[in-house]
Design a binder for this molecule. Structure first.
Ligand code: HPA
Length: 286
């Protein structure tokens, strides 16, 4: 019989994401199928889940809590029709000063809880001329311009090799499901490339011209790090931006977080209808 020697034994502390998941799994509820992350001003969808009780992030061990207006910080586990959903109402951002592993904590938690697909949502500034406030844009690819990557230090705990393929970071079948859901609803769904920047200041007009040259259609301060962390876990990723403003310098006037939240609120019913239908189609992909 072989016995692990002291030197073989894994003495590293448990991953805080696993501890948070173990806490949430105490009631042995069936695992969620689809995860949803709700961005700035888009949190209202969570309260429409059926059989759901919100759990403040503060009650979940190790879970980081958002400090920004429009990000409540509650986990909802419930149903949308037949589909078991885990939904993060609010996220934390790198610009709040969190290290990158805290930024992706929620996304990794959804994966650890069992979600096979995660739908990420955000508010974004429109760079392409047709992306006016209120438009919904399916993210087909991204530019990670945060200067960070959640896979740095990957070997710290049983991770896969960090050289993961991001050729199709955003799942083609989930994208098709979003298109079909929008068509069915008679709603427009634009598509484009999302540039994720660190923030928290908005961009200068010169930076927006640079981003356009680089191939960005919309710009925001989230999502890209979560996408990378989820792909490392093999989770399908779908993402949609609610365009809340025209990007800096492309229209008269200054940008403000209030405007971002107000426009997101105005798009609420179309956004919710899309998510409702998308969640159901996402679960069907298995
Ligand atoms: N820039 C960056 N992030 C954003 C914007 C923007 O114009 N709008 C909403 N989030």
């Amino acid at each position: 019989m072989t016995r692990a020697s002291d030197s073989d034994r894994d003495t590293r502390p448990m991953d805080p994401v696993d501890l948070a998941a173990a806490y949430l799994q105490q009631n042995k509820a069936e695992p969620p199928q689809v995860g949803v992350v709700l961005g700035s001003g888009l949190g209202a969808w969570a309260a429409q889940l059926e059989q759901a009780e919100p759990l403040p992030y503060t009650s979940i061990p190790h879970m980081p809590t958002p400090s920004v207006a429009g990000h409540s910080g509650r986990l909802w586990r419930g149903r949308r029709g037949p589909v078991r959903v885990a939904c993060l109402e609010g996220r934390v951002h790198a610009y709040e000063g969190h290290p990158v592993e805290r930024v992706v904590f929620g996304a990794r938690l959804l994966a650890t809880l069992g979600c096979r697909a995660v739908l990420l949502t955000n508010a974004a500034g429109g760079i392409r001329s047709d992306l006016t406030p209120g438009s919904l844009m399916l993210i087909t690819d991204h530019l990670n311009l945060t200067g960070k990557n959640p896979l740095v230090g990957w070997s710290s705990r049983g991770g896969h090799p960090p050289f993961i393929d991001l050729t199709r970071a955003y799942d083609a079948e989930l994208a098709e499901a979003a298109r079909a859901a929008s068509r069915n609803l008679g709603q427009e769904l634009a598509e484009g490339v999302y540039a994720g920047l660190l923030g928290p200041s908005y961009e200068t007009p010169a930076e927006i011209r640079m981003l356009r040259t680089l191939g960005a259609d919309a710009v925001g301060m989230s999502t890209v790090l979560e996408t990378i962390a989820l792909r490392e876990k093999g989770v399908r990723v779908g993402a949609v931006s609610c365009i809340t403003n025209v990007a800096a310098g492309l229209a008269a006037g200054a940008l403000s977080h209030d405007e971002v939240q107000e426009t997101a609120a105005q798009a609420r019913s179309r956004f919710s209808a899309l998510l409702d239908a998308w969640v159901v189609r996402a679960a069907a992909l298995g």
